[in-house]
Ligand binder design. Structure first.
Ligand SMILES: C[S@@+](CC[C@H](N)C(=O)[O-])C[C@H]1O[C@@H](n2cnc3c(N)ncnc32)[C@H](O)[C@@H]1O
Length: 388
């Protein structure tokens, strides 16, 4: 199948530059738009995007775009679409509709007309999806200023659900945001990496995957499997692309909660990266590298400390953030940081020269990735109390 498809990869707000960068690594030239990137390609491009984009949420294929000012017109135009080429009558369909500044505004009416058009083309009404977890073909219709765009989701579940994190512990970070955090840190996999607040291990596991050349979507169900265009051989070929490497430098993940450490180990094993991650239970101030024991000379601390909202609500986290900065500085100029922060007051308390790399939403909160290019400029403050 060599037809050129109009494609859209969606992402969390603020992750667009990383998405464009990831697409360019696939030799795809894309245009950033708010909430994602548009590009063109063939079915291989779709499968590679689903497999290799670590910062995308969905990949959608645009099936049609036309001007439309009435529901009757929608039904007629949607009936002309080659639904049979895309949908299989065996797979339930999940329809979503949106309308903005358009004469056709009734979303229930839009979905109904598209449902009828699909049924007419397939020869029988499609089964509608009921269960969130079942494999469905997602069809989305969007009206924007009287232009209707109809697209098919190439993915069944959002791409950040990699499949390795069965135990999410408390406040797990979305995998796509963890991926962006690692990319934004400019960490080089031939140097050390540390997450001393690892929780379920998401940041360390994403970093290890990048270091080992593994595709973020490697554990997910095959792309397009819910459509009439599914081609298992083509998927296998795409899966075999890319060169797996051995990890080059230590990645350390720790947490003061023994259960979190156990979850990290199990998640890392499912992700196939357990050999790349040293995982132990330590409170921040007792983390061996941060205590100066056997610390590599060069490394990056990439972490998502407690925000003070979902965990330890109301407690005073200022000393904890101060300890982060104090300990990192004691490691010397070879260490940098990338910290996901919700409260800028806490980030500033590290005393590190941090600058915003990106801002996004996580769990309904605005969070900013704060990174240091160097940690030498700001004077070392003594923490108010060592965090145990
Ligand atoms: C926001 S969660 C990290 C979530 C993680 N990024 C994930 O994806 O699962 C913060 C973690 O910091 C840990 N923590 C809180 N205070 C700590 C301390 N003083 N030393 C070490 N870990 C601590 C908590 O147990 C929790 O697992």
């Amino acid at each position: 199948m060599t037809d050129t498809l109009a494609l859209f990869a969606s992402c969390q707000p603020g992750l667009e530059p990383f998405l464009i960068e990831e697409l360019s690594r696939q030799y795809v030239s894309a245009e950033a738009v708010p909430g994602g990137a548009t590009f063109t390609g063939n079915m291989q491009t779709v499968m590679r995007a689903c497999l290799w984009l670590g910062t995308a949420s969905h990949v959608r294929i645009r099936l049609a775009q036309f001007r439309c000012r009435a529901l009757g017109e929608l039904q007629r135009k949607a009936a002309e679409m080659p639904w049979k080429d895309w949908l299989s009558s065996r797979v339930p369909v999940a329809l979503t509709s949106r309308s903005r500044r358009s004469r056709v505004y009734h979303t229930g009416g839009i979905s109904e007309r598209i449902y009828n058009a699909i049924g007419g083309s397939l020869g029988r009404p499609p089964t509608l999806a009921r269960d969130e977890d079942e494999t469905v073909a997602g069809v989305a219709a969007r009206f924007d200023e009287d232009v209707c765009t109809i697209s098919l989701d190439a993915t069944t579940t959002p791409l950040h659900r990699r499949g390795y994190r069965l135990d999410g512990r408390k406040a797990p970070l979305r995998e796509d945001i963890a991926h962006a955090l690692v990319l934004a840190s400019n960490w080089s996999p031939d140097t050390a990496m540390l997450d001393p607040f690892c929780g379920s291990g998401t940041i360390a596991i994403e970093a290890a995957g990048l270091a080992m050349g593994l595709a973020p979507g490697r554990l997910r169900p095959p792309a397009m499997q819910q459509t009439a265009r599914f081609d298992i051989d083509a998927w296998q070929e795409v899966l075999e692309e890319g060169a797996r490497r051995d990890p080059m430098a230590p990645i350390a993940a720790s947490d003061r909660d023994q259960g979190a450490v156990e979850a990290t180990r199990q998640n890392a094993e499912r992700a196939g990266v357990e050999q790349a991650i040293q995982c132990d239970a330590h409170a921040l101030a007792a983390q061996p590298w941060l205590e100066g024991r056997d610390a590599p000379a060069i490394g990056t601390l990439i972490t998502n400390p407690p925000y003070g909202v979902r965990i330890q609500n109301g407690s005073n986290l200022l000393p904890l953030y101060q300890t982060i900065g104090h300990r990192l500085k004691s490691l010397g100029e070879g260490w940098n940081a990338m910290i996901l922060a919700h409260d800028m007051r806490l980030a500033r308390r590290t005393g590190l020269p941090l600058a915003p790399a990106f801002t996004t939403k996580h769990g309904g909160l605005s969070v900013t990735a704060m990174g240091s290019a160097t940690n030498e400029t700001s004077p070392t403050e003594k923490p108010e109390q060592a965090e145990k």
